[in-house]
Design a protein. Sequence first.
Length: 257
Amino acid sequence: MISLTKRTLSTMLVTMVTAVLSFGPTAPADEPMPPKSKHLFILSGQSNMVGMNPELSFIPTVSKAFGKDGVIIVKDAASGQSIRSWCKSNHEFPPPTTGRVPKVRGELYDRLIKKVTTAIKGQAVQTTTLVWMQGESDLNNTAYDAYLKELRTQLEADLKIKEIHMVIGRISDSGLDVQKRLEGRLNIRRIQKEFAESQPKTEWVDTDDLNDRKVDDKVIHDLHYHQEGYRILGERFAKKSIGLIQQQANQPSKKAP
């Protein structure tokens, strides 16, 4: 008759349990890992968005915050375009017949959303942020705030997102020293700031210091930004975007009733 000590029995039991677990059901070797959810950033607008190279500062900044593989960047911008070219409805009454009025409302939006849906195909998206730099071509627009709301609503509907983040670049102080179209410039600047401060998950960035150029020892406030200005703009957009995402992450989750 064989006598077993308590230590021997314990060792045998651990060995048996390990053997059972090692031969238990496992996932096939070729089964893909669940995709990591990513943060989507949509960069759009007119010429000052065209001039901003996101690789200089925007992408490095958001990649540092969320990891290079944790972000998706889509940029699609067009110079000299009204926000009407991204929005499919008219919000001005009577409808405008002069100024930057596209023949087809929303024609640039179709191009943008196509790029976005292609970029996120097969990806798990955790948050979506629209970075918007536009407004100089809407100085006669009497319903710019309504168009901002529609642009956001269009993206939320097409991407099936309850509420996207939005960061708006307020148009610069270019032209504020000229009486021509001054009222329109002041109006767009006011609307952009007030919209950002009154809407949830929305921020704005200042651009007044990004366009200063010296001409014959005189500082002029140019329509377009200088090279360093575009780098700073990308960094400001990134930091505001990161802040919105972090605010959302820090919000307590609602308990189910």
